[in-house]
Design a binder for this molecule. Structure first.
Ligand SMILES: NC(=O)C1=CN([C@@H]2O[C@H](COP(=O)(O)OP(=O)(O)OC[C@H]3O[C@@H](n4cnc5c(N)ncnc54)[C@H](OP(=O)(O)O)[C@@H]3O)[C@@H](O)[C@H]2O)C=CC1
Ligand SMILES: O=C(O)CCC(=O)C(=O)O
Length: 447
């Protein structure tokens, strides 16, 4: 059997074994296509074994989270941590609190995180976790009690040399603060067991902004390859959370025009462009846990049940959630011939959307490269915690810019297809080669 056939057989095994995990299979297939082609073209058959290791999680942890609501009633939720792969360093990746959080989602995110973290060049393995908890329907005290109960269980499984979680959807600086405090209470130790902490107690400057800022830095490198820049570019952003808002902030600083933000209920359209003052109000509203539709006095029109993909724009920044651009949305976007889709969220484009973008020559910046700035600054937070230092914001931002530049370089190096750069292939192969090289020294690849 050729290595290519063995690899395909392995993908089939994954599809059978994890048949109830469509998002995980989607992510594995997406990387697997590029890896299989690379193995065949480079005639390095031994590498297929690395892919089999990298597609099985090291560990899946599930626990019950019991917490008390404001009526004094006990509630139970499911908490998870998928420790996907620690070849390059301690497990690292965010925690997500949404009512729909399930293992499938965390498996795909842990798998992607392993590849993403490898691209940063920092010593971090990949993981993802969370709970099927809905902070939107809870009071602040209930959220705090949930975070404490969640950490009481998670604390058994994490540590500065073991696994260092951070935030993701539904988990921001405030929730990280509640969980960090609980860990201290349990262990009586001030340890860097979470990143995304507030800078007053060990968090890194710029971590909150890092994912969004990093997306924009990456998009600037993509545009530079086309001899263009961000000035006056019309941009559609989805989402109105951490990634979306700091993407918007940096885009405004660069002279771009942002015409949309959105949430799970609709889109806010800014015909004349989002202003700094609109953005400040939205960031403030978010801190008060307000919905986008409830934030008054901004110059945008909120349109219920609509997505941002109907508007003509130069750049598309999906920054909300996975598979938020399906084939139909992609067809709608293509009508306006955008220059690029820059994936701020993890895996925001469905397979059919990606196929359509490729057929129509729309560049796609893949999430594992584009949004790696967040986890990269988390990596810098770990370094600061280890050395008991706090770096200035300008220093962290410079490091972030360097890291995004070198991620773009890796995509370019491994993604060249004639005159064009296939960023997805570039990111997948660069990450795979780094991981497989490290794995080759562990003895696990011996055949
Ligand atoms: N935070 C980080 O540092 C990083 C985040 N990411 C990824 O970026 C994406 C956004 O995360 P983040 O900004 O942190 O999360 P937040 O919780 O801060 O914001 C999420 C935003 O997305 C919207 N949203 C969530 N689900 C849906 C949906 N099904 N349809 C439409 N909109 C939706 C939310 O709207 P609503 O309020 O209505 O639910 C909200 O506006 C995720 O894919 C995450 O994994 C990637 C790298 C790092
Ligand atoms: O900062 C981190 O550790 C997590 C970031 C994250 O969850 C992601 O990159 O998707």
């Amino acid at each position: 059997m050729s290595p290519y056939q063995r690899l395909n057989k392995h993908i089939q095994t994954i599809e059978q074994h994890y048949s109830n995990m469509p998002q995980f299979i989607q992510a594995v297939n997406e990387v697997g296509d590029d890896v299989a082609r690379y193995i065949q073209q480079s005639e390095q058959p031994h590498l297929w074994r690395a892919f089999t290791v990298l597609t099985e999680p090291d560990r899946i942890i599930q626990f019950r989270v019991d917490w008390e609501n404001d009526n004094g009633e006990f509630q139970s939720n499911r908490g998870y941590r998928v420790q996907f792969n620690n070849t390059l360093g301690p497990y690292k990746g965010g925690l997500r609190f949404t009512p729909n959080t399930k293992i499938d989602e965390l498996m795909f995110l842990g798998f992607e995180q392993t590849f993403k973290n490898s691209l940063t060049g920092l010593p971090m393995g990949g993981a993802k976790g969370g709970a099927d908890f809905d902070p939107k329907n809870c009071s602040e005290s209930e959220i705090r009690r949930f975070c404490q109960a969640f950490m009481t269980q998670l604390a058994h499984h994490i540590g500065p040399d073991k696994d260092i979680p951070a935030g993701d959807i539904g988990v921001g600086t405030r929730e990280i603060g509640y969980m960090f405090h609980q860990y201290k209470n349990i262990e009586n130790e001030f340890k860097g067991i979470l990143t995304g902490k507030h800078p007053t107690f060990g968090g890194s400057c710029i971590r909150e902004e890092a994912t969004g800022f990093g997306c924009v830095y990456f998009s600037e490198h993509m545009l530079a390859e086309l001899g263009q820049n961000l000035n006056n570019k019309v941009c559609c952003i989805s989402g109105a959370g951490n990634v979306a808002l700091y993407t918007a902030k940096k885009l405004l600083q660069r002279g771009a025009k942002v015409i949309t933000l959105s949430d799970s209920r609709g889109v806010c359209y800014f015909q004349d462009g989002l202003t700094d003052s609109d953005l400040e109000k939205i960031i403030e509203g978010r801190q008060q846990r307000k919905r986008l539709s409830d934030i008054d006095e901004v110059n945008g029109d909120y349109i219920k049940d609509e997505k941002p993909w109907q508007y003509s724009c130069d750049l598309v920044f999906p920054c909300a959630t996975q598979n938020e651009i399906d084939g139909e949305d992609a067809a709608e976007l293509i009508r306006h011939q955008p220059l690029a889709v820059v994936e701020g969220a993890n895996m925001p484009c469905s397979d059919s959307a990606l196929d359509l973008f490729e057929e129509n020559d729309v560049l796609v910046g893949p999430s594992k490269a584009v949004n790696a700035g967040g986890v990269a600054v988390s990596g810098l937070e770990i370094s600061q915690n280890r050395s008991r230092l706090s770096w200035e914001a300008t220093h962290v931002d410079e490091r972030l810019q360097q890291i995004m530049k070198q991620i773009h370089e890796q995509c370019k190096q491994h993604g060249k297809k004639g005159e064009r750069i296939d960023y997805r292939q570039g990111a997948n192969i660069a990450a795979f080669l780094k991981l497989s090289q490290a794995l080759s020294f562990t003895g696990l690849l011996a055949s």
